[in-house]
Design a protein around this ligand. Structure first.
Ligand SMILES: Cc1cc2nc3c(=O)[nH]c(=O)nc-3n(C[C@H](O)[C@H](O)[C@H](O)COP(=O)(O)OP(=O)(O)OC[C@H]3O[C@@H](n4cnc5c(N)ncnc54)[C@H](O)[C@@H]3O)c2cc1C
Length: 297
């Protein structure tokens, strides 16, 4: 069993940045988790300060981990299967059967977007299917898109897409968003289609969304906006109860209500963006290092 000052659980942008700041504060730091599990893996980022064009998500993750390691962090690309409180701090059990202990823990496990589960969704992911209108809106300037989902986030994504796309369909057979959100989308020009989406069609890229009445919409993009589930289970292992929306509440120092447990990135709430994840990661890394070394104010 290896002992560290700080264990960061999650190797996405927030966890990597936390490990960079923690190790640069001279706290011995272990970074746990697989970068391939990050929301950023397999995607491009084009709205991050200082990086023009489309930055390769996997490349950023690889470079970030190498940076953290160069500052002294140890990276173990394994998932944590359980977390427990010990007299000295915390113990994390890894999928390979190993264990690490640490005085402070940072939860940076992100969220996983809820999938629709229809044919074409997986095949066309990244080729017209997106789970993030805020991230990918600018790729659809002047094109036709469908936004799927019945809640407020689908309403606001559809409304936002009217500023980019030439035509926006909001597709759901179960619209539960508040009346004012529906009205706002309609006023912006969104066409509401109260039918169930059954499959996504296309060749190289998406070209249609097929509906439950047998009709088909000609679209260039399909945004699936069904929300997300956080990977917050580990929090409950240390008696930290997630909020009703499954997020982990933190204060300005990224501390949770459990002493020694910090959280950062998508797991703490919206917007699900790299810039926010990285900012919180820096704060969580500094706070956890201070906590572990007994230098917290
Ligand atoms: C398709 C798509 C496009 C996007 N485009 C953009 C964009 O253009 N601009 C932008 O700013 N944002 C974009 N985002 C959002 C951005 O990727 C996320 O906001 C960001 O990755 C969140 O970082 P995070 O570190 O909080 O979580 P994540 O990046 O999701 O990382 C979570 C990490 O935790 C690990 N993990 C989970 N459970 C465990 C466990 N039990 N043990 C160990 N490790 C665990 C995962 O393997 C992963 O390494 C996009 C997201 C998607 C899905």
């Amino acid at each position: 069993m290896k002992g560290f000052d700080v264990a960061v659980i999650g190797s996405g942008p927030s966890g990597i940045q936390a490990a960079i700041h923690s190790s640069r504060k001279k706290a011995s730091t272990v970074l746990l988790g697989k970068p391939s599990g990050s929301a950023m893996s397999g995607t491009h980022v084009e709205n991050y300060f200082g990086i023009p064009g489309k930055a390769d998500g996997d490349g950023l993750l690889r470079t970030g981990i190498a940076q953290a390691v160069s500052f002294g962090a140890v990276h173990i690309p394994e998932s944590v299967t359980s977390l427990s409180v010990t007299p000295e701090g915390f113990r994390a059990v890894l999928e390979g059967g190993g264990e690490v202990t640490a005085r402070a823990v940072i939860l940076a496990t992100g969220v996983s977007r809820v999938k629709l589960g229809i044919p074409g969704e997986k095949e066309f992911f990244g080729k017209g299917v997106s789970y993030c209108a805020v991230c990918d809106c600018s790729f659809y300037k002047g094109l036709k898109v469908a936004v799927i989902g019945g809640e407020a986030e689908a309403a606001s994504s559809a409304e936002m897409m009217t500023r980019y796309a030439s035509e926006v369909f909001w597709v759901s057979d179960d619209i539960r968003a508040a009346d004012y959100a529906v009205g706002k989308a309609e006023a912006a020009g969104v066409r509401i289609i109260r039918l169930k989406p059954v499959s996504i069609g296309g060749g190289e890229r998406v070209d249609s969304l097929n509906l439950s009445d047998g009709s088909s919409l000609r679209v260039d993009g399909v945004f699936i906006e069904l929300g997300a589930r956080s990977a917050a289970e580990l929090a409950m292992d240390v008696d930290l109860m997630p909020e009703v929306d499954d997020t982990i509440a933190v204060d300005g120092s990224c501390a949770t209500t459990v002493p020694g447990v910090f959280a950062c990135g998508d797991i703490t709430g919206r917007p699900w963006q790299v810039a926010r994840a990285v900012g919180q990661g820096a704060q969580a890394g500094l706070s956890a290092a201070d906590y572990a070394k007994g230098t917290a104010q």
